[in-house]
Design a binder for this molecule. Sequence first.
Ligand SMILES: [Fe+2]
Length: 229
Amino acid sequence: MSLTVNELTKKYPAVSEYITQIYLILRDYSYCNNRRLSDHIGVSASAVSQAVLRLKKLNLVEQDKYGMIILLSEGVTLAEELLKRHYLLEYLMVKNLNFPWELADSEAEHLQDKVSPEFINHLDTYLEFPKTCPHGNPFPDNPNAGKILNAPRLSESKPGGTVEIVRITEEGERIPGLLHSCFEIGVMPGMMYDVSKVLEDTITLVSKNTGKKETFSQAFAEHICVFTQ
Ligand SMILES: [Fe+2]
């Protein structure tokens, strides 16, 4: 890739979103095709085809004969750089600027292509090299990324168990209302809950800190990962 991240994303604005979403889908599900990308980003199949074609021309991805998208090494480097920018900006907003937890994701998305590498390096040092975003998702170089990414979903929990919230998936961060509900209830990384009731549509948690009981939609619980105890 002869262009810098800033030059590339300025020239092809859609590249930033597509390459990071492909990286994240592969990280969470191990496979990615045009259909999954289209569902994930919420755009038409033809828009995805055009975007993937562009990524191929830029030597960032290739597709096998079944249509599975493979990230090439320059694609991985670009996605990891953009993700690091995204997470550092989210971290700054939430932890240092007290910006709402549920709004930081979209705000960081606007800024991640615009800031300079010098600013990002400064931010990394200033924030003392964080290893997860405020929603618990691991930086690409987090040595515990495997354990964090493989944590089971809250929706799979059994009544009577105790869970520690690990992360809201990137997919979950994009679901309208999910981050807001988590914030309101206090379902955030590090918080501990007893699982009191599991029904088809809902799951009821009792906070280990406050004893408060909260009922949560299973559709949301599918995007919350936990360590079970
Ligand atoms: Fe995040």
